[in-house]
Design a protein around this ligand. Structure first.
Ligand code: TNX
Length: 522
């Protein structure tokens, strides 16, 4: 004690200056806090930190990869280049400090092992998708400055240790509605870039609705000539459509990021735009007026007419031809203008058409009413714990993707003050999006029937890309974690802390996310 009294004031000040940053750093998320092996979104399945094993990336680091790992290795080199300024060499084998990527048997589908030691980083997976997801993890283990598009002078340290990671669900989806407001292929690519950071593996595109038709169909050209014309968005905004080349390019771009595109044509409801272009699709043969309002449930294809099925099959065939993924989404929701018997008659013919063209039928959960659903995939968008349509279909072999509107709908407002967004399913702040269990939501559905989760983003109020970013982030990450991370790791405090530190990455990427008051952003 006597010693303390003799410490000179200057020494004391210096000592405090040294100690204070440590104290504040350990108090919570802070930009200078070293990154831990577990600071990853979505949470990794298993991590064993090794404090002595930090790896430093320098200009001399090499990336080695076997032939089958070369593409992902190239993506890693590209991701590291802008902020580090290093043009990391891609080699077959290396003796020096290296990030080594290779395929090996024994990992779960999409899973990977990432081992960080002082002299090397090893990334292993059975399939390239696993390597890609491992690279997304590795990027998050580097300081946030790695997201900068200009060279940052600093140390690039990866925390030492070993990660074993794998997804909880095979299906982790995001949906974008291009119908209510069209968004260009470039905007969809930007969204793909963002969602792929969080190990999302399906992108569902809602391509038609009452207001507009957004994908070129050669055998029915007026669909996009009329339904994709300028002014076909909600409120008379925008308009536009994807050409077949745009669509194929999106499919390719997504596949490079291990994301499978699922096209949706919504029917027998949500078809006003198709009927404006082709009045023969309405029972009275009269073209309805174009609609730019937000109402739903008033339009229906003419279920008794053969023309309808010629149309439907042409659309399904052309979509299936340019879609390598297994699923084709046929909508089926909110058909208040289609009598129940007609709805069943329609699905009895349409669901087999999807199979005829080599795809698994996928639809909103209402298609579960149809005995023809069989082993179709159903997207549950309800809010109730008990849904008879779903129960019957699941008993008959259908699988479910969980998109409960009051948890996963990214177009809902965060709170009553949120600019834009809708509120019919309630306000959804980050914790509401995060704190639920996809397996336990529906009372009578066994966990084995749940294929995964999806976060839909309807676009009634989304005029530009900034609107997409603001509503999707951070909530999409909550859904991504529900889809990827093991149920036992589910923990709001942990999620909230990891999200808080991720904010500075979005700032550097110029992503205009919602600064939720539930999160301590660093
Ligand atoms: C319901 S959920 C819809 C969409 C709307 C959305 C707006 C579902 C299958 N249909 O037509 O765009 O609400 O939140």
């Amino acid at each position: 004690m006597a010693m303390v009294g003799r410490v000179r004031p200057l020494r004391l000040a210096v000592a405090l200056l040294l100690v204070l940053p440590l104290v504040t750093a350990s108090a919570g998320p802070h930009p200078t806090r070293p990154i831990a092996l577990t600071d990853v979104l979505p949470a990794v399945a298993e991590a064993a930190p090794d404090p002595g094993g930090d790896f430093r990336i320098t200009a001399d680091t090499e990336i080695s990869a076997t032939e089958s790992a070369l593409a992902v290795a190239g993506q890693l080199a590209e991701a590291l280049r802008p902020a580090t300024g290093f043009d990391l060499r891609l080699v077959r084998a290396s003796r020096g400090p290296v990030i080594d990527l290779a395929l090996e048997p024994g990992h779960p589908d999409e899973g990977y092992r990432l081992e960080v030691r002082q002299d090397r980083v090893e990334l292993r997976a059975t399939y390239p998708a696993g390597l890609f997801f491992g690279v997304q993890t590795l990027r998050q283990l580097l300081p946030p400055e790695i997201e900068s598009d200009t060279v940052q002078r600093r140390r690039w340290t990866v925390p030492g240790g070993r990660i074993h990671d794998r997804p909880r669900y095979a299906y982790r989806g995001a949906m974008l509605d291009l119908a209510r407001h069209f968004h260009t292929a470039a905007e969809v690519r930007a969204y793909i870039d963002q969602i792929s950071r969080f190990k999302i593996n399906y992108l569902h595109l809602h391509l038609s609705d009452d207001q507009g038709w957004r994908i070129r169909i050669d055998s029915w050209p007026r669909l996009t000539e009329v339904g994709g014309a300028p002014g076909t968005g909600v409120g008379g905004d925008g308009g536009g459509f994807l050409t077949k080349d745009d669509y194929r390019e999106l499919v390719r771009y997504a596949a490079e990021r291990y994301i499978t595109v699922i096209p949706e044509i919504d029917m027998p409801g949500h078809v006003n735009a198709a009927q404006v272009a082709y009045p023969e699709l309405a029972c009275d043969g009269v073209a309805p007026r174009p609609r730019t309002d937000m109402r739903v449930g008033y339009s229906s294809l003419c279920v008794r007419e053969e023309t309808t099925y010629r149309f439907v099959e042409d659309v399904i065939r052309e979509l299936a031809e340019m879609t390598p993924g297994p699923y084709l989404h046929v909508g089926g929701d909110e058909t208040f203008a289609t009598p129940h018997g007609s709805y069943l008659a329609f699905q009895r013919r349409v669901l087999p058409l999807v199979r005829k063209h080599g795809k698994i039928p996928y639809g909103w959960h209402e298609i579960g009413q149809s005995p023809a659903a069989g082993d179709a995939l159903l997207q549950f968008w309800g809010r109730e714990r008990d849904n008879p349509m779903v129960n019957t279909a699941v008993a008959a072999g259908a699988k479910l993707v969980m998109s409960p509107a009051n948890r996963t709908y990214l177009d809902m407002k965060y709170d009553s003050l949120t600019p834009g967004g809708l509120d019919w399913a309630g306000a959804i702040e980050v914790r509401t999006a995060y704190d639920w269990d996809p397996d336990g939501l529906l009372a009578d559905v066994p966990a084995t029937a749940i294929l995964g989760v999806e976060a839909p983003l309807w676009s009634e109020t989304l005029r530009d890309y900034a609107d997409i970013e603001f509503l999707a982030f951070p909530r999409l990450v909550a859904i991504a974690e529900l889809g990827w991370s093991p149920a036992r790791s589910h923990d709001w405090e942990s999620f909230r802390a990891r999200l808080g530190t991720y904010g500075s990455r979005w700032v550097r990427q110029d992503v205009g996310f919602h600064r939720s008051p539930q999160i301590r952003w660093s």
